[in-house]
Design a protein around this ligand. Structure first.
Ligand code: UD1
Length: 416
């Protein structure tokens, strides 16, 4: 299963349910540590990053096992407060364990997290937030040694509404005495999901979804059951794939508000969209047009995670579309791979200018990162001939059943 092979030219038609959100489930798995009890994550997606999170939980002394599609995590027996470097390196989100372990154990030791696939990804805001709460953090030889036996609630002001720093601050604040206010907090739906989960465990967290989140620390926590929200980026991926292939699909479980910037862009490109409370349907003639500039920004703006995916859908559109990547410095690594397929995209720093071409040609390409890999699948679905995508471990970090779902919708796609 080291390659995905796609033969282009099939319309995608049908209905599928969208997996739970990777970016919700990872901080929620870290948050289970605060319960000291049994938590059940319903319909937990079996992703490589989830596997890494379960390895971290195991290492910390937790009992973690699958019951069908549910992940059962018992954190009563946590007996360590460090994470080894090999686990930290596997995914960037391992850093979210910092706030949770600190709140639970009063100490946390780990190396810097891995993953610089999108350019430099500092954690200065995470550390500043924890220091504001009173943690003493020593940085030495790529390792972090954090002490925080008496964390106190304070006002944390984030200079950027960082998703990860907001999550880390919320988790650490749960273990602090008194009230913490996080100003300029990230407003992503995954922050709301984390708040919902923490409240089920007994935590007192308010304001998620707005720029100000408050946490009254020190609440007694207990186990709970939770099903994470649907993955808005996976949903965007299927919508973009259907748009590019002239398809007609419906996605179940999706909150249409969470994908509204993506659906607005696809509607502007010529697709018809219909949404109900937990369902989105798209139909496309396959003849898309270029759209007004797409600028990535924090939620509720256009998500950086959907930039490569929308670009892939527009590769054969009529006209020009400008993309401006405002979140990460190096998030166009999929573009040279698109060029190998005959696309016309010019890069200038944070700007990409796409001119639609009449046809794309299947060839061998490499997934360069998670969403860039999914974007190559979308390019392959509309290319002439066969596209072989290598390095698909990136794709497995965030998608369950991508190949199976696309095949179910009529794509000619398989693992090789
Ligand atoms: C999360 C998502 C990722 C998404 C990103 C932006 C998860 C697991 N990952 O990543 O899929 O692409 O949000 O929507 O939820 N920054 C700093 N210092 C910090 C932290 C961040 O300068 O301490 C900068 C980053 O370099 C970046 C920006 O802030 O330019 C936003 O990053 P952030 O929101 O923190 O992204 P992640 O939480 O890493």
């Amino acid at each position: 299963m080291s390659l995905i092979t796609v033969e282009g030219g099939r319309r995608l038609c049908g209905e599928i349910a969208v997996q739970s959100a990777k970016n919700s489930v990872l901080p929620i798995l870290a948050a289970t540590i605060l319960s000291g009890d049994v938590c059940v994550i319903r319909a937990c997606p079996r992703l490589r990053d989830v596997e890494t999170a379960t390895e971290i939980l195991h290492y910390l002394g937790c009992d973690v096992h699958w019951e069908a599609d549910d992940l059962v995590v018992d954190t009563a027996t946590v007996d360590r407060c460090d994470i080894p470097e090999n686990l930290m390196r596997q995914m960037r989100s391992s850093v979210i364990f910092l706030g949770a372990i600190l709140a639970r154990c009063g100490r946390a030791d780990m190396s810097y997290p891995g993953g610089c696939e999108l350019g430099p990804r500092p954690i200065d805001l995470h550390l500043a937030a924890l220091r504001t709460l009173g943690a003493e953090i020593e940085e030495c030889g790529g390792c972090l040694y954090c002490q925080g036996t008496h964390l106190r609630g304070r006002e944390i002001v984030l200079s950027i509404p960082s998703v990860g720093a907001t999550e880390n601050a919320i988790l650490a604040a749960c273990g602090a005495e008194g009230t913490t206010t996080i100003t300029n907090a990230a407003r992503e739906p995954e922050i709301c999901d984390l708040q919902d989960f923490l409240r089920k465990m007994g935590a007192r967290v308010n304001g998620a979804g707005s720029s100000t989140v408050t946490v009254e620390g020190g609440a007694r926590m207990h186990g709970c059951e939770h099903r994470c929200i649907a993955d808005r980026i996976a949903a965007s991926t299927y919508l973009a794939a259907a748009a590019a292939t002239g398809g007609e699909i419906c996605l179940r479980e999706v909150n249409y508000r969470h994908v509204s910037t993506v659906t607005t862009a696809l509607a502007q490109a010529g697709c018809r969209l219909r949404s109900e409370e937990r369902m989105i349907c798209l139909s496309s003639s396959g003849a898309l047009r270029g759209i007004s500039p797409v600028r990535t920004s924090p939620y509720p703006g256009f998500p950086t995670d959907a930039q490569a995916i929308l670009m892939a859908a527009l590769l054969r559109s009529h006209g020009t579309t400008v993309f401006v990547e405002n979140i990460f410095e190096n998030r166009y690594r999929h573009v040279p791979e698109f060029l190998r397929m005959g696309a016309d995209v010019r890069l200038e720093g944070r700007v990409a200018v796409l001119c639609g071409v009449e046809k794309l040609c299947g060839t061998g390409v490499r997934a360069t990162d998670l969403r860039g890999g999914a974007a190559l699948v979308i390019a392959g679905l509309q290319a002439d001939g066969i596209t072989r995508i290598g390095d698909i471990y990136h794709i497995h970090r965030g998608y369950t059943r991508l190949v199976e779902n696309l095949a179910q919708l009529g794509a000619n796609i398989r693992y090789e």
